[in-house]
Design a protein. Structure first.
Ligand code: NAP
Length: 347
């Protein structure tokens, strides 16, 4: 077994704390990554607190992982030692079902394995990126360019692909008015991709304090949703709304902002279900849909797009021992716009 150390929650009631554990041996198709940086996704908090479903404990969260490949299995072809590698939300799947063949491995119904809080094909629990290393089957590791700031690349592995994928699927671009709800980790990546794809982008935020800084992201408009006048001014104007909010909220505040035939895409995963009156959809032929992360090929496509367009996440680099204050600030919406753990601080 390979020795590893990280930060784990021993139960949903306890804080994360240092924990030594073991990872599986490096199989013939596996690579070992020495983790340099790991992003802090709101999903980490949902999961260590059992907000969605009972988790597998001890739990080492983290699925925005970048680092250097330091060992490879006998049959690995995709990487050599010394390469940079990135891992997102999943580390294995069956590779044979319809979803896998359609490049949507994240929805594999047979044997999808999440990066943490999941059980691997070997029957062992998976542990995520708040740790010094990880062993992953080569197909689930992405090539990472050395042209971009590595810490700023980490959040692309989840926040990046989760916003890139639906905007691509719905062909959002020039001539479209796109609103992004929530300017956090996912939201700020949604703004960057929306702008890069040529859409006219409006941020719908609860935070007046983000108005000035948000301009630097390239958004064309900023609306504070608590201000009734500002909200009324954008009623019926958007072709697409991408909702990235983690907290429980009322979708009916946003549906009237859609144009006729407009589409509301949720990627946020609050605990409480949305209540959607059917007349607010049938009046105006509106669509409510969702999107989950992205497949392997599309994730690499997104990473390559980011290199080409010089896109990284705007981050606050933190020491791993400051993870709890970071969680507290994330819950308050006080992050510009993604915390990333410097894994050198684990030593
Ligand atoms: P985050 O960084 O905490 O950002 C969420 C933002 O939502 C906040 O910064 C805040 O922005 C806004 N917000 C907070 N409370 C709100 C409220 N009561 N009403 C309206 N807006 C509110 O979270 P994240 O890491 O981007 O994750 C967002 C959600 O996406 C989480 O639920 C996460 O689990 C989910 N997620 C889903 C997928 C997927 O595959 N679909 C992948 C990753 C994450 P403002 O200050 O601008 O209002």
């Amino acid at each position: 077994m390979i020795q590893a150390k990280g930060y784990a929650a021993q139960s949903a009631e306890t804080d994360l704390a240092p924990w030594n554990f073991e990872r599986r041996e490096i199989g013939p198709h596996d690579v070992l990554i020495e983790i340099a940086y790991c992003g802090v996704c709101h999903t980490d908090l949902h999961q260590i607190k059992n907000e969605w479903f009972p988790g597998v404990f001890p739990m080492v969260p983290g699925h925005e992982i970048v680092g250097k490949i330091t060992q490879i299995g006998l049959h690995v072809k995709k990487f050599k030692t010394g390469d940079l590698g990135g891992v997102g939300v999943m580390v294995d799947s069956c590779m044979e079902c319809d979803d896998c063949k359609n490049h949507q491995e994240q929805f594999c119904q047979v044997s999808a394995v999440q990066t943490y809080n999941s059980t691997g094909h070997d029957g062992l629990p998976t542990y995520g990126g708040y740790s010094n290393n990880i062993i992953v089957r080569e197909e689930f590791v992405h090539h990472i360019s050395d042209k971009l700031n590595l810490a700023g690349v980490a959040p692309l592995l989840c926040a990046g692909i989760t916003t890139y994928s639906p905007l691509r699927k719905w062909k959002v671009g020039k001539g479209h008015k796109l609103a992004i709800v929530g300017l956090g980790g996912l939201g700020h990546m949604g703004v960057k991709f929306g702008v890069a794809f040529g859409a006219e982008v409006t941020i719908l935020s609860t935070s007046e304090s983000k108005r000035e800084a948000a301009k630097a992201l390239g958004a064309h408009h900023f609306v504070v949703t608590k201000n009734a006048d500002e909200l009324a001014a954008v009623k019926g104007t958007f072709d697409f709304i991408l909702d990235t909010v983690a907290a429980n909220h009322d979708i009916n505040l946003y549906l009237p902002l859609l144009h006729t035939n407009g589409t509301f895409i949720t990627v946020g995963m609050p605990v409480e279900p949305f209540q959607v009156p059917s007349f607010s959809l049938s009046g105006g032929n509106k669509t409510v849909t969702g999107s989950g992360a992205g497949g392997l090929a599309e994730t690499q496509e997104m990473l390559d797009f980011c290199v080409e367009h010089d896109i990284t996440s705007d981050i606050e680099l933190i020491d791993i021992k400051d993870i709890h204050p970071a969680f507290e600030r994330m819950v308050k919406g006080d992050v510009r716009y993604r915390f990333v753990i410097d894994m050198a601080t684990l030593k």
